[in-house]
Design a binder for this molecule. Structure first.
Ligand SMILES: [Zn+2]
Ligand SMILES: [Zn+2]
Length: 274
């Protein structure tokens, strides 16, 4: 009997708490709408906003603006998976999604400069009050750096602190080649990989707790870090930016998207994530 009263009391407390929390949330969002818009803060370098994404110190809400070329809207499943991932890895609990349908730029391929120019024209979501904004462009044309004859096609890229591009036409091509790979799975894996870069992985804004950055060679033949993870089975491995690497990995894992490995998670944790 006593136990029942306690559970009723606890339940009531939980209900009261969640009600008051909801009304605060609404108030917060309204207050943010009256704050000045900080457009310049969205045009910094990759990794500069890592801590702003991971912690709630400066921003406690996230607004995701999805600009997609007509006919290239991402799947519902991938965006649901992305929100779940963001709630698991950051302290943001209020995540808002806005879709914006765009005309095709009618290009055979797109350079990152062209994508950044399109962003300046199309993006409407910027930081405001305690709301951090991110812009994701779903393109209908592949990256200009692709070399399809060498099986080197790019699935996604980040080009600023709160901006990424997903090469949706390339993703659909890849998924159409294998019954083991779905469009939604490749979208999810690519979105999370690119968010990893916005979170400062690897060594681009979130300091490494233990060394785990891969190595590549620059044009002069010098060994430099490749901004990716060198651990097996980590979603931040360099080859997962490309169609062939992603296809191979997803096939080997029966279509399961891998997580960040323990080293990448340590880095996020050390920079305010969870
Ligand atoms: Zn990458
Ligand atoms: Zn890793």
């Amino acid at each position: 009997m006593k136990k029942n009263i306690y559970s009723v009391l606890t339940l009531m407390l939980v209900l009261i708490f969640s009600c008051s929390k909801d009304s605060n949330t609404e108030k917060d969002v309204d207050e943010d709408a009256n704050q000045p818009i900080d457009r310049a803060a969205s045009f910094r370098s990759i990794g500069d906003s890592a801590n702003d994404f991971l912690s709630n110190d400066e921003f406690d809400k996230l607004k995701i603006e999805i600009g997609y070329v007509r006919g290239f809207r991402p799947t519902v499943g991938a965006i649901a998976d992305l929100v779940e991932f963001l709630k698991e890895r950051t302290f943001k609990e209020i995540i808002e999604i806005e879709y914006k349908e765009l005309e095709s730029p009618n290009k055979e391929t797109l350079t990152l400069q062209e994508i950044d120019d399109l962003q300046r024209k199309d993006r409407t979501a910027f930081n405001q009050g305690k709301t951090l904004a991110v812009y994701i462009y779903f393109a209908d044309a592949p990256s200009d750096s692709d070399e399809p004859e060498e099986d080197l096609v790019t699935l996604g890229a980040v080009y600023r602190n709160t901006s990424m591009v997903i090469y949706e036409s390339t993703i659909r091509n890849l998924a159409s080649k294998s019954s083991l790979i779905s469009v939604a799975t490749v979208e999810t894996a690519t979105l999370i990989h690119e968010f990893g870069h916005l979170f400062g992985l690897v060594n681009i804004g979130s300091e490494m707790v233990n060394p785990h950055e891969g190595i590549t060679t620059d044009d002069d033949g010098n060994e430099i870090g490749n901004k990716h993870c060198d651990r097996p089975n980590c979603l931040m491995r360099a080859e997962l930016e490309f169609g062939a690497g992603m296809g191979k990995m997803l096939t080997a894992r029966n279509g399961q998207v891998p997580d960040f490995d323990v080293e990448c998670l340590l880095d996020l944790d050390a920079n305010g994530g969870r």
